[in-house]
Design a protein around this ligand. Structure first.
Ligand SMILES: C[S@@+](CC[C@H](N)C(=O)[O-])C[C@H]1O[C@@H](n2cnc3c(N)ncnc32)[C@H](O)[C@@H]1O
Length: 322
């Protein structure tokens, strides 16, 4: 429960040159965020409620209008997040790509029922929590103890959404820059042998939302995808959301991350690198696995309130043994 004495609201955000802010937080409908605490590195943590507009009749098969906004049977996802963080802490904010992926999961929810799922770069956990409304087990992974603690807190705050369906979110560390899973029992968010075996034996879906903004990290993420899919027992479908952002220099990158161009006829380096790396994966001469990708049309209805701008894309990759 929130300590009333600590309740503060924030209407105006102060921008500094070294901070980034997700548009999701700028455009939260009420424009008000409740500050509940400072995290261990002194950043203010806010509590927001994101509306989940659920209606049993609005699944793929019964959809009437494309891009229809569902307005009945509302539920709420409660979310702790920070705002206006330095670049290395972007995972503590919620990004539009997470909403897009969550929308797709809700739209196709029958397809994900009882699955075992891995999310890479899960951030505050919004996509994993939505997935756990239908899936059996969701391994929500990221790096950084502070971020993973916030994610775990969000999993607890949203048990009302996941528990009725029996879904479980397991928050774990998975660093794309490291070759191995963290199995040190002393380390928080480490993996047990049984969890690693479960992941490899049962995962059929991998998710990652808005994780392509730095070329080195994109390379590391694709390397991780390659390695994990090779270790899975089954074929797997990977869903990746990405928001095209303008080309930025290292100098101005931090300032520009929260800026999305309306008309994108200039280059988007991070996006181009994503497409090239995806192409490399598909054309790889690999004796064990075949990767096939395609963009998913964004003509499905919205279950979450956010602006589905034209720079958002959703990609599907099928990874199957040869
Ligand atoms: C822009 S945020 C997106 C977070 C969340 N998926 C969303 O859309 O709201 C990028 C995420 O990638 C994570 N990330 C960055 N480097 C990583 C690494 N080496 N290993 C795992 N995750 C990483 C960040 O911590 C962050 O959560």
């Amino acid at each position: 429960m929130v300590d009333v004495a600590k309740k503060e609201t924030m209407d105006d955000i102060t921008f500094r040159s070294d901070t980034v802010l997700s548009d999701v937080h700028l455009h939260t409908p009420s424009k008000r965020h409740l500050m509940v605490r400072l995290n261990t590195v002194g950043q203010p943590v806010f509590l927001s409620q994101f509306q989940l507009l659920l209606n049993k009749n609005n699944q793929e098969s019964e959809r009437k209008n494309e891009k229809e906004l569902i307005t009945e049977n509302m539920g709420h996802q409660i979310r702790e997040h920070t705002m206006a963080t330095p670049l290395e802490d972007v995972g503590k904010q919620v990004w539009r790509g997470a909403f897009l992926l969550a929308d797709y999961i809700l739209f196709k929810r029958d397809m994900f029922r009882c699955c075992t799922v891995l999310e890479l770069g899960g951030g505050t956990g919004i996509t994993s929590i939505v997935m756990a409304m239908v899936a059996k087990t969701v391994y929500c992974t990221d790096v950084g103890e502070d971020l993973l603690a916030m994610c775990e807190q969000n999993v607890t705050l949203n048990k009302h959404l996941t528990e009725p369906e029996g879904g479980e979110v397991k928050v774990k560390e998975l660093d794309w820059l490291k070759d191995e899973f963290c199995i040190d029992p002393e380390a928080p968010y480490s993996w047990s042998e049984a969890e690693i075996a479960d992941l490899h034996d049962h995962t059929t879906v991998i998710l990652a939302a808005d994780v392509f903004y730095d070329d080195d990290l994109t390379d590391a993420l694709f390397k991780t995808l390659y390695k994990i899919t090779h270790n899975l027992k089954n074929s797997c479908t990977i869903y990746l959301s990405i928001e095209k952002r303008m080309n930025v220099t290292a100098y101005s990158r931090v300032k520009m991350l929260n800026f999305t161009l309306r008309h994108m006829d200039i280059t988007c380096e991070a996006y181009n690198h994503f497409r090239n790396t995806l192409n490399d994966l598909e054309t790889l001469q690999d004796s064990k696995m075949k990767y096939t990708s395609e963009p998913i049309k964004l003509a499905f209805c919205q279950f979450l309130v956010y602006e589905r701008i034209e720079q958002l894309e959703l990609w599907k990759i099928i990874a199957e043994p040869l």
